[in-house]
Design a protein around this ligand. Structure first.
Ligand SMILES: *Cc1c(COP(=O)(O)O)cnc(C)c1O
Ligand SMILES: [Zn+2]
Length: 420
């Protein structure tokens, strides 16, 4: 497949093997021919360094304000996007007080068009896919990616086929199907689904299909950098001392770290140390387990538990997430389903933000890391709420509900003790 002009004129100029450093042209490939390592987008440092704060600030109030730091989308006409991003950065004083912290922010990425941060990665992948001439979008998904791929395809007038584990939450199933995709429910875990779609991607029948998190994964992954850019810009162009990031494949975590590295390298922010912390659920904690065992290799697990959006048992970016956390003197923690449900309610009650199970994982992990002393309660901290609680209502539906049910009369209100 050939490159379009919009891909040639961007600051990215290559794909690089994260394992052996081999270089490739910008193309829809994701694995190194030499060593099978994963590829990532590499940039012309001078082109990145030419980007200024005022250029970014003059841009649109969405992730395309960072187009000068991204591999696709420099030409607005070529974008396949619901224009996500520039989501609220909420100063969380009440949650901070509840946890005994001095300075805490919630970056609320549930406020995206399909209600999760996945709109960022899909904007990159879909734009690259169209640039490379693909006709159909596809993915293997734990739920949120399926929602976003189906919506992006609908907006762009492309067809889409999304593959999900058959046991996903009803909210995520409905939110994919409503956009008119072909929704394939697979009897198996996400890792089974992912293996199936990797095989499909190699077949002639799927030659014109872009699997957003597989054959265009290097482009997909760069979308997560914009979470890191926004964090810094919304703090007034500086880096937070600590970030707590929910982890599935580990991609988001590594890209927030990459974004901070680039911002310092380009002079867009002053150099300052930051620490990256990873949040997993106890039902699927392969990276947290490797971290605490001191291993470099991540042993796959069979996922269980309610945090389904994070249930990847064989995480593609595991070793790189371990590296980012170790290099920045961060840590990992994993929390059980009851702590996750509690995390959802604490965030909702203190800040008015209703996160999905992944948000509950992140708040509960923050509390764990404070308890163990791994995270400094006095250092400025940002946590990421990556999806909307309305997608996973069943997580807390049994725990909250009407305080009382009454007849529509004053007497009934009084009898219920509501006027005491
Ligand atoms: C996909 C997802 C993540 C993290 O994904 P990575 O694969 O680690 O990049 C976090 N939160 C939610 C809600 C997600 O859907
Ligand atoms: Zn290689």
């Amino acid at each position: 497949m050939t490159l379009t002009a919009s891909l040639v004129e961007c600051p990215a100029d290559r794909l690089v093997c994260r394992n052996c450093g081999a270089r490739y042209p910008l193309s829809p490939v994701h694995a190194c021919i030499e060593c099978f390592g994963p590829l990532e987008v590499g940039y012309d440092t001078a082109a990145l360094g030419a980007v200024t704060r005022s250029q970014i600030e003059a841009g649109p109030p969405n992730l395309w304000r960072y187009a000068g730091l991204l591999p696709v989308g420099q030409d607005p006409a070529g974008r396949v996007s619901l224009n996500p991003g520039f989501t609220p950065m909420v100063r969380a004083d009440r949650l901070a007080a509840a946890l005994g912290m001095r300075s805490l922010w919630v970056k609320d990425d549930s406020a995206n068009p399909t209600h999760s941060f996945k709109d960022r990665v899909v904007s990159m992948a879909a734009t690259a896919a169209r640039g490379f001439g693909y006709e159909r979008l596809a993915c293997a998904s734990t739920g949120n990616l399926a929602n976003s791929v189906a919506a992006h395809a609908a907006r762009a007038g492309m067809s889409s086929m999304v593959f999900i584990p058959a046991d996903l939450e009803p909210g995520k199933v409905v939110q994919s199907a409503v956009y008119g995709c072909t929704l394939v429910a697979v009897e198996g875990s996400y890792d089974d689904v992912n293996r199936l779609t990797s095989e499909l991607a190699e077949t002639d029948e799927f030659e014109t299909t872009a699997f957003v998190n597989q054959n265009v994964r290097p482009f997909y992954a760069e979308g997560s950098k914009t979470v890191g850019y926004e964090t810094a810009e919304q703090l007034g162009w500086r880096l937070p001392a600590q970030v707590v990031v929910p982890v599935a494949s580990g991609s988001l975590l590594t890209k927030i770290d990459k974004a901070f590295t680039e911002l310092v390298m380009t002079g867009l922010v002053d150099a300052a140390p930051w620490r990256v912390f990873g949040a997993q659920s106890a039902g699927c904690a392969p990276i947290a387990t490797a971290f605490h065992a001191g291993h470099d290799v991540v042993q796959p697990v069979r996922p269980t538990g309610i945090a389904k959006s994070l249930n990847i048992g064989n995480p593609a970016d595991g070793p790189y997430a371990l590296d980012a956390v170790r290099r920045t003197a961060g840590s990992f923690a994993a929390v059980g389903d009851e702590e996750i449900r509690d995390g959802i309610r604490v965030l909702a009650r203190t800040e008015g933000i209703f996160g999905e199970t992944a948000g509950g994982v992140t708040v509960a992990v923050l509390r764990r890391l404070l308890g163990s002393g791994a995270l400094d309660p006095d250092a400025e901290t940002v946590i990421y709420n990556t999806g909307d609680g309305l997608k996973t209502l069943e997580a807390v539906a049994g725990l909250v509900g009407p305080s009382v049910t009454i007849a529509p009369t004053l007497r009934a209100v009084r009898a219920a003790g509501l006027m005491d």
